[in-house]
Design a protein around this ligand. Structure first.
Ligand code: ADP
Length: 446
Protein backbone atom coordinates (compact mmCIF):
# COMPACT_ATOMS: atom_id res chain seq x y z
CA UNK A 1 0.00 0.00 0.00
CA UNK A 2 1.06 3.59 -0.56
CA UNK A 3 2.58 5.75 2.18
CA UNK A 4 1.64 9.12 0.78
CA UNK A 5 -0.80 10.21 -1.93
CA UNK A 6 -0.71 13.55 -3.69
CA UNK A 7 -4.17 14.69 -4.76
CA UNK A 8 -3.90 16.62 -8.02
CA UNK A 9 -7.22 18.41 -7.70
CA UNK A 10 -9.22 20.92 -5.65
CA UNK A 11 -12.66 21.43 -4.12
CA UNK A 12 -15.04 18.72 -3.03
CA UNK A 13 -13.30 15.92 -4.92
CA UNK A 14 -9.93 16.66 -3.31
CA UNK A 15 -11.62 16.36 0.10
CA UNK A 16 -13.45 13.21 -0.94
CA UNK A 17 -10.15 11.56 -1.87
CA UNK A 18 -8.48 12.77 1.33
CA UNK A 19 -11.22 11.09 3.36
CA UNK A 20 -10.52 7.72 1.72
CA UNK A 21 -6.75 8.14 2.26
CA UNK A 22 -7.26 8.96 5.94
CA UNK A 23 -9.40 5.88 6.46
CA UNK A 24 -6.62 3.80 4.93
CA UNK A 25 -3.97 5.48 7.11
CA UNK A 26 -2.26 7.04 4.07
CA UNK A 27 -0.72 10.53 4.42
CA UNK A 28 -2.06 13.18 2.01
CA UNK A 29 -0.49 16.01 0.06
CA UNK A 30 -2.74 18.81 -1.20
CA UNK A 31 -1.70 21.00 -4.10
CA UNK A 32 -3.19 24.41 -4.67
CA UNK A 33 -3.01 27.57 -6.73
CA UNK A 34 -2.39 30.92 -5.04
CA UNK A 35 -6.17 31.52 -5.25
CA UNK A 36 -6.86 28.39 -3.17
CA UNK A 37 -4.50 28.95 -0.24
CA UNK A 38 -7.52 29.05 2.16
CA UNK A 39 -9.37 26.13 0.63
CA UNK A 40 -10.59 23.30 2.84
CA UNK A 41 -8.67 20.66 0.89
CA UNK A 42 -5.47 22.50 1.81
CA UNK A 43 -6.43 22.95 5.45
CA UNK A 44 -7.25 19.31 6.03
CA UNK A 45 -4.31 17.73 4.19
CA UNK A 46 -1.22 16.54 6.04
CA UNK A 47 0.97 18.65 3.75
CA UNK A 48 0.36 21.15 1.00
CA UNK A 49 2.32 22.60 -1.90
CA UNK A 50 1.51 25.77 -3.84
CA UNK A 51 1.88 24.85 -7.53
CA UNK A 52 1.21 28.14 -9.30
CA UNK A 53 -0.99 31.14 -10.02
CA UNK A 54 -4.83 31.00 -10.23
CA UNK A 55 -5.18 30.06 -13.90
CA UNK A 56 -5.65 26.27 -14.09
CA UNK A 57 -3.22 26.02 -17.02
CA UNK A 58 -0.45 27.30 -14.76
CA UNK A 59 -1.38 25.35 -11.62
CA UNK A 60 -3.75 22.35 -11.62
CA UNK A 61 -2.77 21.50 -15.21
CA UNK A 62 0.92 22.20 -14.71
CA UNK A 63 2.55 18.76 -15.01
CA UNK A 64 6.16 19.80 -14.15
CA UNK A 65 4.92 21.58 -11.00
CA UNK A 66 2.94 18.50 -9.96
CA UNK A 67 5.84 16.11 -10.52
CA UNK A 68 8.12 18.44 -8.54
CA UNK A 69 5.53 18.55 -5.72
CA UNK A 70 5.59 14.72 -5.63
CA UNK A 71 9.37 14.69 -5.46
CA UNK A 72 9.59 17.35 -2.74
CA UNK A 73 7.02 15.61 -0.54
CA UNK A 74 8.00 12.02 -1.37
CA UNK A 75 4.49 11.09 -2.53
CA UNK A 76 4.43 7.61 -4.05
CA UNK A 77 1.08 7.93 -5.85
CA UNK A 78 -1.16 10.58 -7.40
CA UNK A 79 -4.96 10.63 -7.45
CA UNK A 80 -6.15 12.95 -10.23
CA UNK A 81 -9.85 13.18 -9.21
CA UNK A 82 -12.07 14.22 -12.15
CA UNK A 83 -11.50 17.01 -14.68
CA UNK A 84 -8.05 18.65 -14.88
CA UNK A 85 -5.45 15.91 -15.65
CA UNK A 86 -7.60 12.90 -14.82
CA UNK A 87 -7.85 11.80 -18.47
CA UNK A 88 -4.46 13.00 -19.64
CA UNK A 89 -2.55 9.95 -20.89
CA UNK A 90 0.73 11.87 -21.00
CA UNK A 91 0.42 12.79 -17.32
CA UNK A 92 -0.09 9.13 -16.41
CA UNK A 93 2.97 8.20 -18.49
CA UNK A 94 5.21 10.89 -17.00
CA UNK A 95 4.30 9.80 -13.49
CA UNK A 96 5.14 6.19 -14.32
CA UNK A 97 8.49 7.33 -15.75
CA UNK A 98 9.16 8.96 -12.36
CA UNK A 99 8.14 5.74 -10.53
CA UNK A 100 5.04 7.41 -9.12
CA UNK A 101 1.77 5.46 -9.37
CA UNK A 102 -1.07 7.10 -11.26
CA UNK A 103 -4.29 6.04 -9.54
CA UNK A 104 -6.25 5.19 -12.66
CA UNK A 105 -6.11 3.03 -15.77
CA UNK A 106 -3.10 2.52 -18.04
CA UNK A 107 -2.13 5.44 -20.29
CA UNK A 108 -3.02 3.26 -23.27
CA UNK A 109 -6.62 2.83 -22.10
CA UNK A 110 -6.89 6.55 -21.33
CA UNK A 111 -5.66 7.34 -24.83
CA UNK A 112 -8.00 4.93 -26.63
CA UNK A 113 -11.09 6.11 -24.75
CA UNK A 114 -10.04 9.78 -24.89
CA UNK A 115 -10.46 9.72 -28.66
CA UNK A 116 -14.19 9.24 -29.02
CA UNK A 117 -13.90 7.86 -32.55
CA UNK A 118 -11.43 5.21 -31.44
CA UNK A 119 -13.52 4.55 -28.34
CA UNK A 120 -16.56 3.77 -30.49
CA UNK A 121 -14.57 1.43 -32.72
CA UNK A 122 -13.23 -0.34 -29.61
CA UNK A 123 -16.69 -0.56 -28.01
CA UNK A 124 -18.11 -2.09 -31.18
CA UNK A 125 -15.28 -4.62 -31.33
CA UNK A 126 -15.98 -5.58 -27.71
CA UNK A 127 -19.65 -6.28 -28.42
CA UNK A 128 -21.06 -3.06 -26.97
CA UNK A 129 -23.91 -1.51 -29.01
CA UNK A 130 -23.00 1.98 -30.32
CA UNK A 131 -24.97 4.97 -31.65
CA UNK A 132 -25.32 4.69 -35.45
CA UNK A 133 -23.04 7.13 -37.23
CA UNK A 134 -19.93 7.68 -39.33
CA UNK A 135 -17.26 5.00 -39.15
CA UNK A 136 -14.53 7.50 -38.35
CA UNK A 137 -13.65 11.17 -38.68
CA UNK A 138 -15.55 13.17 -41.28
CA UNK A 139 -13.35 15.70 -43.02
CA UNK A 140 -15.55 17.46 -45.55
CA UNK A 141 -19.02 18.93 -45.67
CA UNK A 142 -19.85 16.85 -48.74
CA UNK A 143 -18.96 13.65 -46.89
CA UNK A 144 -20.98 14.81 -43.87
CA UNK A 145 -24.00 15.43 -46.09
CA UNK A 146 -23.73 12.02 -47.71
CA UNK A 147 -23.62 10.24 -44.33
CA UNK A 148 -26.40 12.38 -42.88
CA UNK A 149 -28.65 11.68 -45.86
CA UNK A 150 -28.05 7.95 -45.67
CA UNK A 151 -28.80 7.94 -41.92
CA UNK A 152 -31.62 10.47 -41.99
CA UNK A 153 -31.84 13.80 -40.16
CA UNK A 154 -31.47 15.03 -37.44
CA UNK A 155 -27.79 14.30 -36.93
CA UNK A 156 -25.25 15.40 -34.36
CA UNK A 157 -21.73 16.56 -35.23
CA UNK A 158 -19.38 15.72 -32.35
CA UNK A 159 -15.77 16.48 -31.52
CA UNK A 160 -13.48 13.43 -31.41
CA UNK A 161 -11.62 15.02 -28.50
CA UNK A 162 -14.89 16.26 -26.94
CA UNK A 163 -15.81 16.71 -23.31
CA UNK A 164 -18.10 18.87 -21.21
CA UNK A 165 -20.62 19.05 -24.04
CA UNK A 166 -18.35 21.23 -26.18
CA UNK A 167 -17.94 20.92 -29.92
CA UNK A 168 -21.38 19.33 -30.37
CA UNK A 169 -23.85 20.67 -32.94
CA UNK A 170 -27.23 19.38 -34.16
CA UNK A 171 -28.29 19.60 -37.79
CA UNK A 172 -32.03 19.15 -38.37
CA UNK A 173 -31.86 19.28 -42.14
CA UNK A 174 -29.44 19.47 -45.06
CA UNK A 175 -29.78 23.26 -44.88
CA UNK A 176 -28.39 23.30 -41.29
CA UNK A 177 -25.55 20.92 -41.95
CA UNK A 178 -22.92 23.26 -43.35
CA UNK A 179 -23.07 25.64 -40.41
CA UNK A 180 -23.28 22.86 -37.79
CA UNK A 181 -20.27 21.10 -39.34
CA UNK A 182 -18.15 24.27 -39.50
CA UNK A 183 -19.06 25.43 -35.96
CA UNK A 184 -18.42 22.03 -34.40
CA UNK A 185 -14.96 21.97 -36.03
CA UNK A 186 -14.07 25.52 -34.97
CA UNK A 187 -15.32 24.98 -31.42
CA UNK A 188 -13.42 21.74 -31.18
CA UNK A 189 -10.20 23.29 -32.47
CA UNK A 190 -10.53 26.15 -29.96
CA UNK A 191 -11.36 23.92 -26.97
CA UNK A 192 -9.19 20.87 -27.66
CA UNK A 193 -6.72 21.96 -30.33
CA UNK A 194 -8.11 19.21 -32.55
CA UNK A 195 -10.72 19.73 -35.26
CA UNK A 196 -11.54 16.07 -35.89
CA UNK A 197 -15.31 15.55 -35.81
CA UNK A 198 -17.66 12.65 -36.44
CA UNK A 199 -21.38 12.22 -37.02
CA UNK A 200 -24.03 10.41 -35.03
CA UNK A 201 -27.73 9.95 -35.39
CA UNK A 202 -29.34 12.52 -33.08
CA UNK A 203 -31.63 10.58 -30.78
CA UNK A 204 -34.92 12.37 -30.10
CA UNK A 205 -35.92 11.28 -26.61
CA UNK A 206 -33.20 9.15 -25.02
CA UNK A 207 -32.21 8.87 -21.40
CA UNK A 208 -28.55 9.07 -20.42
CA UNK A 209 -27.75 5.88 -18.53
CA UNK A 210 -24.19 5.00 -17.57
CA UNK A 211 -22.66 1.86 -16.13
CA UNK A 212 -20.04 1.99 -13.37
CA UNK A 213 -17.33 -0.61 -13.81
CA UNK A 214 -14.25 -1.63 -11.92
CA UNK A 215 -11.37 -3.77 -13.12
CA UNK A 216 -8.21 -5.10 -11.46
CA UNK A 217 -6.02 -4.78 -14.58
CA UNK A 218 -5.61 -8.56 -14.69
CA UNK A 219 -8.81 -9.53 -16.43
CA UNK A 220 -11.27 -9.43 -13.54
CA UNK A 221 -14.03 -6.85 -13.63
CA UNK A 222 -17.37 -6.14 -11.98
CA UNK A 223 -20.19 -3.69 -12.67
CA UNK A 224 -21.88 -1.63 -10.00
CA UNK A 225 -25.12 -0.95 -11.78
CA UNK A 226 -26.20 2.21 -13.50
CA UNK A 227 -26.75 5.90 -12.91
CA UNK A 228 -29.42 7.86 -14.71
CA UNK A 229 -28.05 11.29 -15.62
CA UNK A 230 -30.77 12.40 -18.02
CA UNK A 231 -31.43 15.73 -16.30
CA UNK A 232 -29.01 17.92 -18.25
CA UNK A 233 -28.50 21.49 -19.35
CA UNK A 234 -26.25 22.14 -22.34
CA UNK A 235 -25.30 18.44 -22.35
CA UNK A 236 -24.05 18.80 -18.76
CA UNK A 237 -25.45 16.75 -15.90
CA UNK A 238 -27.49 18.54 -13.24
CA UNK A 239 -29.07 15.76 -11.15
CA UNK A 240 -28.25 12.06 -11.12
CA UNK A 241 -29.93 9.04 -9.63
CA UNK A 242 -29.41 5.33 -9.11
CA UNK A 243 -31.01 3.04 -9.99
CA UNK A 244 -32.56 4.41 -13.18
CA UNK A 245 -36.37 4.62 -13.00
CA UNK A 246 -36.36 3.25 -16.56
CA UNK A 247 -34.62 -0.11 -16.00
CA UNK A 248 -35.67 -3.36 -14.39
CA UNK A 249 -33.33 -5.90 -12.77
CA UNK A 250 -33.05 -8.04 -15.91
CA UNK A 251 -32.13 -5.09 -18.15
CA UNK A 252 -29.61 -3.88 -15.55
CA UNK A 253 -27.98 -7.30 -15.36
CA UNK A 254 -27.80 -7.65 -19.14
CA UNK A 255 -26.15 -4.31 -19.91
CA UNK A 256 -23.98 -4.51 -16.76
CA UNK A 257 -22.67 -7.93 -17.78
CA UNK A 258 -22.02 -6.79 -21.38
CA UNK A 259 -19.90 -3.91 -20.10
CA UNK A 260 -18.11 -5.93 -17.41
CA UNK A 261 -17.27 -8.59 -20.04
CA UNK A 262 -15.78 -5.93 -22.31
CA UNK A 263 -13.64 -4.65 -19.44
CA UNK A 264 -12.42 -8.19 -18.72
CA UNK A 265 -11.37 -8.55 -22.35
CA UNK A 266 -9.25 -5.38 -22.33
CA UNK A 267 -7.96 -6.02 -18.76
CA UNK A 268 -9.21 -2.62 -17.65
CA UNK A 269 -7.76 -1.32 -14.39
CA UNK A 270 -9.56 0.87 -11.86
CA UNK A 271 -12.85 2.75 -12.01
CA UNK A 272 -14.52 3.53 -15.31
CA UNK A 273 -17.89 4.60 -16.60
CA UNK A 274 -19.39 3.49 -19.87
CA UNK A 275 -21.99 6.01 -21.01
CA UNK A 276 -25.05 5.12 -23.07
CA UNK A 277 -28.10 6.75 -24.52
CA UNK A 278 -31.16 4.57 -23.88
CA UNK A 279 -34.21 4.79 -26.12
CA UNK A 280 -37.10 2.40 -26.70
CA UNK A 281 -35.45 -0.37 -24.71
CA UNK A 282 -32.12 -0.15 -26.56
CA UNK A 283 -28.70 0.97 -25.35
CA UNK A 284 -26.31 2.97 -27.54
CA UNK A 285 -22.71 3.59 -26.40
CA UNK A 286 -21.57 7.24 -26.58
CA UNK A 287 -18.30 7.31 -24.63
CA UNK A 288 -16.24 5.91 -21.78
CA UNK A 289 -14.79 7.99 -18.94
CA UNK A 290 -11.61 6.46 -17.58
CA UNK A 291 -11.83 8.07 -14.17
CA UNK A 292 -13.98 8.70 -11.10
CA UNK A 293 -17.15 10.64 -11.98
CA UNK A 294 -18.73 13.60 -10.17
CA UNK A 295 -21.85 11.48 -9.62
CA UNK A 296 -20.06 8.42 -8.16
CA UNK A 297 -21.67 8.89 -4.70
CA UNK A 298 -25.11 7.70 -5.84
CA UNK A 299 -23.52 4.34 -6.66
CA UNK A 300 -21.74 4.31 -3.29
CA UNK A 301 -25.02 4.98 -1.49
CA UNK A 302 -26.87 2.05 -3.07
CA UNK A 303 -23.98 -0.45 -2.98
CA UNK A 304 -22.18 0.55 0.24
CA UNK A 305 -18.89 0.35 -1.69
CA UNK A 306 -16.35 3.18 -1.32
CA UNK A 307 -15.21 3.70 -4.91
CA UNK A 308 -12.19 5.84 -4.05
CA UNK A 309 -10.93 3.33 -1.51
CA UNK A 310 -11.31 0.64 -4.15
CA UNK A 311 -9.41 2.76 -6.70
CA UNK A 312 -6.52 3.14 -4.27
CA UNK A 313 -6.50 -0.57 -3.40
CA UNK A 314 -6.47 -1.65 -7.04
CA UNK A 315 -3.76 0.88 -7.97
CA UNK A 316 -1.57 -0.58 -5.23
CA UNK A 317 -1.87 -4.03 -6.85
CA UNK A 318 -4.51 -5.50 -4.53
CA UNK A 319 -7.32 -7.61 -6.00
CA UNK A 320 -10.89 -6.29 -6.20
CA UNK A 321 -12.44 -6.46 -2.74
CA UNK A 322 -15.78 -7.67 -4.14
CA UNK A 323 -17.06 -10.22 -6.61
CA UNK A 324 -20.13 -9.59 -8.78
CA UNK A 325 -22.25 -11.66 -6.38
CA UNK A 326 -21.20 -9.49 -3.43
CA UNK A 327 -22.66 -6.40 -5.09
CA UNK A 328 -26.19 -5.88 -3.86
CA UNK A 329 -28.25 -2.80 -4.69
CA UNK A 330 -30.16 -1.36 -1.80
CA UNK A 331 -32.64 1.52 -1.97
CA UNK A 332 -32.41 4.63 -4.09
CA UNK A 333 -30.06 7.62 -4.21
CA UNK A 334 -30.27 11.05 -5.86
CA UNK A 335 -27.51 13.66 -6.20
CA UNK A 336 -28.00 17.38 -6.82
CA UNK A 337 -25.03 19.36 -8.14
CA UNK A 338 -25.09 22.61 -6.16
CA UNK A 339 -23.39 25.37 -8.15
CA UNK A 340 -22.55 28.97 -7.30
CA UNK A 341 -24.82 30.26 -10.06
CA UNK A 342 -28.08 32.11 -10.39
CA UNK A 343 -30.78 29.39 -10.48
CA UNK A 344 -32.57 31.01 -13.44
CA UNK A 345 -29.86 32.58 -15.61
CA UNK A 346 -27.03 30.22 -14.54
CA UNK A 347 -24.69 33.17 -14.37
CA UNK A 348 -21.73 32.31 -12.08
CA UNK A 349 -21.88 33.88 -8.64
CA UNK A 350 -18.45 33.67 -7.01
CA UNK A 351 -17.84 35.52 -3.74
CA UNK A 352 -17.92 35.12 0.02
CA UNK A 353 -20.24 32.65 1.71
CA UNK A 354 -21.60 34.65 4.66
CA UNK A 355 -23.70 31.81 6.07
CA UNK A 356 -23.47 28.05 5.48
CA UNK A 357 -25.86 25.55 6.98
CA UNK A 358 -25.83 22.14 5.29
CA UNK A 359 -28.65 19.65 5.89
CA UNK A 360 -28.16 16.48 7.94
CA UNK A 361 -29.97 13.48 9.31
CA UNK A 362 -30.35 9.88 8.20
CA UNK A 363 -29.52 9.20 4.56
CA UNK A 364 -28.18 12.69 3.83
CA UNK A 365 -24.64 13.29 2.58
CA UNK A 366 -23.05 16.59 1.62
CA UNK A 367 -19.73 16.46 -0.26
CA UNK A 368 -18.35 19.98 -0.34
CA UNK A 369 -15.21 21.98 0.30
CA UNK A 370 -17.21 25.12 1.13
CA UNK A 371 -17.63 26.62 4.60
CA UNK A 372 -18.91 29.78 6.26
CA UNK A 373 -16.54 32.66 5.49
CA UNK A 374 -15.05 30.90 2.43
CA UNK A 375 -14.64 33.01 -0.68
CA UNK A 376 -15.36 31.10 -3.90
CA UNK A 377 -12.73 32.13 -6.44
CA UNK A 378 -13.95 33.04 -9.94
CA UNK A 379 -11.35 30.93 -11.78
CA UNK A 380 -12.77 27.43 -11.64
CA UNK A 381 -15.88 25.32 -12.17
CA UNK A 382 -18.89 26.68 -10.26
CA UNK A 383 -19.69 23.35 -8.52
CA UNK A 384 -19.50 24.07 -4.78
CA UNK A 385 -20.98 20.92 -3.40
CA UNK A 386 -23.12 17.88 -3.92
CA UNK A 387 -26.18 16.92 -1.91
CA UNK A 388 -26.70 13.17 -2.01
CA UNK A 389 -29.74 11.57 -0.44
CA UNK A 390 -30.51 7.90 0.08
CA UNK A 391 -33.88 6.30 0.84
CA UNK A 392 -35.38 2.80 0.94
CA UNK A 393 -37.49 3.51 -2.14
CA UNK A 394 -37.39 6.20 -4.83
CA UNK A 395 -40.38 7.84 -3.17
CA UNK A 396 -38.71 7.86 0.28
CA UNK A 397 -35.60 9.30 -1.36
CA UNK A 398 -37.59 12.06 -3.05
CA UNK A 399 -39.33 13.01 0.20
CA UNK A 400 -36.02 13.08 2.02
CA UNK A 401 -34.46 15.17 -0.74
CA UNK A 402 -37.28 17.73 -0.43
CA UNK A 403 -36.68 17.90 3.31
CA UNK A 404 -32.88 18.20 2.92
CA UNK A 405 -33.18 20.95 0.30
CA UNK A 406 -35.43 22.94 2.63
CA UNK A 407 -32.74 22.80 5.35
CA UNK A 408 -29.84 23.84 3.11
CA UNK A 409 -28.99 27.53 3.66
CA UNK A 410 -26.17 29.26 1.78
CA UNK A 411 -26.03 33.06 2.03
CA UNK A 412 -23.80 35.66 0.41
CA UNK A 413 -23.79 34.06 -3.04
CA UNK A 414 -26.43 32.74 -5.42
CA UNK A 415 -26.79 28.97 -5.77
CA UNK A 416 -28.80 26.47 -7.81
CA UNK A 417 -30.66 25.19 -4.70
CA UNK A 418 -33.92 26.95 -5.82
CA UNK A 419 -33.74 25.04 -9.12
CA UNK A 420 -33.70 21.70 -7.26
CA UNK A 421 -36.49 22.85 -4.93
CA UNK A 422 -38.56 23.43 -8.06
CA UNK A 423 -37.53 20.15 -9.75
CA UNK A 424 -38.50 17.89 -6.82
CA UNK A 425 -42.04 19.25 -7.09
CA UNK A 426 -42.50 18.53 -10.80
CA UNK A 427 -44.71 15.51 -11.44
CA UNK A 428 -42.48 14.22 -14.29
CA UNK A 429 -39.49 14.19 -11.95
CA UNK A 430 -41.46 12.65 -9.10
CA UNK A 431 -42.67 9.95 -11.51
CA UNK A 432 -39.23 9.47 -13.09
CA UNK A 433 -40.57 10.35 -16.54
CA UNK A 434 -37.90 12.49 -18.15
CA UNK A 435 -35.37 12.31 -20.98
CA UNK A 436 -32.22 14.31 -21.82
CA UNK A 437 -34.30 17.19 -23.24
CA UNK A 438 -36.75 17.53 -20.35
CA UNK A 439 -34.81 20.08 -18.31
CA UNK A 440 -34.11 22.45 -21.19
CA UNK A 441 -37.79 22.35 -22.16
CA UNK A 442 -38.74 23.03 -18.54
CA UNK A 443 -36.32 25.96 -18.43
CA UNK A 444 -37.78 27.38 -21.62
CA UNK A 445 -34.58 26.80 -23.59
CA UNK A 446 -36.35 24.80 -26.31
P1 ADP B 1 -19.18 15.02 -23.66
O1 ADP B 1 -17.98 14.13 -23.63
O2 ADP B 1 -18.93 16.35 -24.28
O3 ADP B 1 -19.88 15.09 -22.33
P2 ADP B 1 -21.02 12.92 -24.61
O4 ADP B 1 -20.77 12.14 -25.83
O5 ADP B 1 -20.79 12.27 -23.31
O6 ADP B 1 -20.20 14.32 -24.70
O7 ADP B 1 -22.51 13.46 -24.64
C1 ADP B 1 -23.00 14.36 -23.66
C2 ADP B 1 -24.51 14.48 -23.78
O8 ADP B 1 -24.87 14.97 -25.09
C3 ADP B 1 -25.28 13.18 -23.64
O9 ADP B 1 -25.51 12.82 -22.30
C4 ADP B 1 -26.56 13.50 -24.38
O10 ADP B 1 -27.40 14.32 -23.58
C5 ADP B 1 -26.07 14.35 -25.54
N1 ADP B 1 -25.79 13.49 -26.72
C6 ADP B 1 -24.61 12.93 -27.08
N2 ADP B 1 -24.72 12.17 -28.20
C7 ADP B 1 -26.03 12.25 -28.57
C8 ADP B 1 -26.81 11.69 -29.66
N3 ADP B 1 -26.26 10.92 -30.59
N4 ADP B 1 -28.14 12.01 -29.71
C9 ADP B 1 -28.71 12.80 -28.78
N5 ADP B 1 -28.04 13.36 -27.76
C10 ADP B 1 -26.72 13.09 -27.63
Amino acid sequence: MFDKILIANRGEIALRIQRACKELGIATVAVHSTADADAMHVRLADESVCIGPPTARDSYLNIPALVTACEITGADAVHPGYGFLSENARFAEILEEHKITFIGPTSEHIRIMGDKIEAKVTAKRLGIPVVPGSDGAVTSEAEALKIAKSMGFPVLIKAAAGGGGRGMKVAHSAADLGLAFATARTESKAAFNDDAVYIEKYLQKPRHIEIQVFGDGKGNAVHLGERDCSLQRRHQKVLEEAPSPALNAAQRKKIGETVADAMRKIKYRGAGTVEFLYEDGEFFFIEMNTRLQVEHPVTEMITGIDLVLEQIRVASGAPLSVTQDDIVFSGHAIECRICAENAKTFRPSPGKISYWHPPGGLGVRVDSGAYQGYTIPPYYDSLIGKLIVHGKTRNDCMMRLRRALSEFVIDGIETTIPLFQDLVRQSDIVDGLYDIHWLEKHLGMK
